[in-house]
Design a protein. Structure first.
Length: 566
């Protein structure tokens, strides 16, 4: 721990040479949202029910729209962020996955009852405080598993990332649909225009099928080939759009395929995908990682293994006229039910490779012993899709873990990596919040354990899991805000023209002493699993200063923070 403190001091000293101030957060207010209403119309509250997943801010009316897994659309008045008010709730019947304010209307994606089924795009009027209502204007069918959406600044074009996850359909049969992006164009950004002409098209990822072998050779992961289903599936069926970002001129969309560790480039003018880039792999032999939940606490080591970036969220930005994409590298693996006799799961623990006689003889004795030891690499989850020996595909000579526990910056022109935060996110958590290092929330144990009781429990999987992200300008800095799912923290980095991004601070809301249930009931649980973060610049902020909006998925909370540059 002393070494970590020294490293932290050096990092802070280095930062001081570039800037005199540190970016941090000051809590303004938090509102706990209900996951539903009882027969008498009374709100029901409970942690872990998915009451709040994503949010969108209407700066003209100081309204935040919050959606969640329970199908509720919450309308929150943030005219005074210190005293937010839930002014209206709309109920839908299915899981809602994303929300955006598109000028004069609100766009929301909604899932089908069944995983492979086509979802819907809901277009609502803005909340009317006089009528105390918002009207559903249009419901449009999109592709399977609509995961995220984006709209252009004029509100005339909406794109929806249809993840196309595999699952069981309404007839009880396994299905692995194509991933795609729906492109919806409106003749006006005003939904009240009559007639409003709506055209809809789909950008299919099957344009990459003919070159599948080339993309796989370059590092794009083709994970599931139809095992256990009785039929082979295509490359594009395995490609699953997760989230998207638009270029500054809105002519190009960049679509991350999380499990596939890749980014696809969509031409917004032609409506077709034009390129697919593998994001590459991270080497853990020069950066530290805590790979075990059975090693007695914080133990960061170098290992001759790889990490897959697999970002959950990506954001486009520019510095000095150069185009970049920032990524929050959460990591993700595929696991799903196929038949009563077969479940596909790509991940195995290190010790399972040893027990299954799956380790190549080319692997060193030291590495073999580490894979055998649950305090070293025996507990870490590795991919069975990557690292096989060319001489014997049933054996593995290289080992790939999920996520890179970092944030990265890629150059848009060729998706080359220009920056990665390395092990800094995990190391700085060890310094600033050691008692909740790689902690996690367990629904079944929330009345017994709290954040400190679950410390180190996610080290064997994906660590802190940087997941959500926002980018904003504070003074002369471009600031990156990353929500880390497991410790429920916000990590902040900044960049000034001519320098690499530097660590600023880590913020965690709430208290740590108590069970999750106790902390939730006392309204001190914090933003547990910050699934969405949104930056509000000075010109659009109700307080006249930069602000951050944080949506806590497991806590069912919406929080507002002033962004400080002290």
């Amino acid at each position: 721990m002393k070494l970590l403190l020294i490293v932290a001091a050096v990092l802070l000293l280095q930062r001081s040479h570039l800037t005199e101030c540190t970016i941090n957060l000051l809590s303004l207010g938090t509102i706990y949202l209900p996951y539903g209403f009882d027969d008498n119309g009374e709100p029901m509250f409970e942690m872990g029910r998915g009451a709040a997943e994503q949010s969108a801010f209407d700066d003209l009316n100081n309204i935040i729209y919050v959606i969640g897994e329970t199908g509720l659309i919450h309308v929150v008045d943030v005219s005074d962020p210190k005293s937010m008010k839930l002014v209206h709730t709309v109920t839908q019947n299915n899981v809602l996955s994303d929300v955006e304010v598109c000028g004069s209307y609100v766009a929301i994606t909604m899932l089908d009852d069944f995983v492979p089924g086509n979802g819907n795009l809901l277009l609502y009027s803005l909340y009317d405080p006089l009528k105390e209502s918002m009207e559903l204007m249009y419901m449009l069918q999109v592709g399977p598993n609509p995961d995220s959406l984006k709209c252009t600044s004029d509100g005339k074009t909406i794109i929806v990332a249809n993840e196309g996850e595999a699952g069981t359909n309404e007839f009880g049969n396994f299905e692995d649909p194509e991933g795609s992006v729906s492109i919806i164009k409106l003749s006006s950004g005003d939904l009240s225009v009559d007639p409003l002409i709506i055209t809809q098209d789909t950008a299919w990822l099957n344009v990459f099928n003919d070159k599948a072998d080339e993309y796989v050779a370059n590092g794009v992961r083709w994970i599931y080939h139809g095992e256990g289903s009785g039929q082979m599936t295509t490359f594009s069926q395995d490609l699953e759009p997760e989230s998207m970002t638009l270029s500054e001129d809105e002519t190009t969309a960049y679509v991350v395929l999380q499990e596939n560790n890749a980014i696809a480039v969509l031409d917004m003018i032609t409506g077709e995908f034009k390129e697919l880039y593998a994001l590459g792999f991270k080497k853990w032999d020069t950066t530290l990682i805590d790979a075990s939940d059975k090693d007695g606490g914080i133990n960061l080591h170098y290992w001759p293994i790889y990490g897959m970036y697999q970002p959950d969220t990506i954001k486009y930005f520019t510095i000095a006229g150069q185009e970049y994409i920032a990524t929050a590298n959460e990591g993700a693996d595929k696991e799903f039910y196929v038949t009563a006799d077969y479940t596909f799961a790509e991940g195995l623990r290190g010790e399972d490779f040893v027990l299954g006689n799956m380790v190549s003889e080319t692997v060193s004795d030291a590495m073999f012993l580490a894979l055998s030891d649950e305090t070293l690499l025996g507990r870490l989850q590795f991919s069975t899709v990557d690292g096989q020996s060319m001489d014997d595909p049933t054996k593995y000579e290289e080992f790939y873990s999920y996520g890179s526990r970092s944030f990265s910056v890629f150059r848009v022109s060729d998706m080359s990596l220009v920056f990665d935060s390395g092990d800094e996110v995990e190391r700085m958590h060890a310094v600033v919040y050691p008692t909740i290092f790689n902690t996690k929330f367990e629904q079944a144990d929330m009345d017994v354990n709290g954040p400190e009781d679950e410390m180190d429990k996610s080290s064997d999987k994906k660590g802190p899991q940087p997941e959500s992200m926002a980018i904003g300008h504070v003074g002369s800095k471009t600031v990156f805000f990353f929500g880390c799912e497991k410790p429920s923290t916000i990590v902040m980095y900044s960049v000034i023209e001519g320098y690499d991004p530097i660590f600023e601070s880590i913020y965690r809301a709430g208290e740590l002493d108590g069970t999750y249930e106790e902390l939730y009931q006392s309204r001190q649980v914090g933003d547990t699993d910050p699934e969405d973060v949104r930056f509000v610049d000075v010109a659009k902020s109700p307080i006249g200063r930069a602000m951050l909006i944080v949506t806590g998925s497991l806590s069912g909370t919406l929080s507002t923070y002033e962004v400080l540059d002290d």
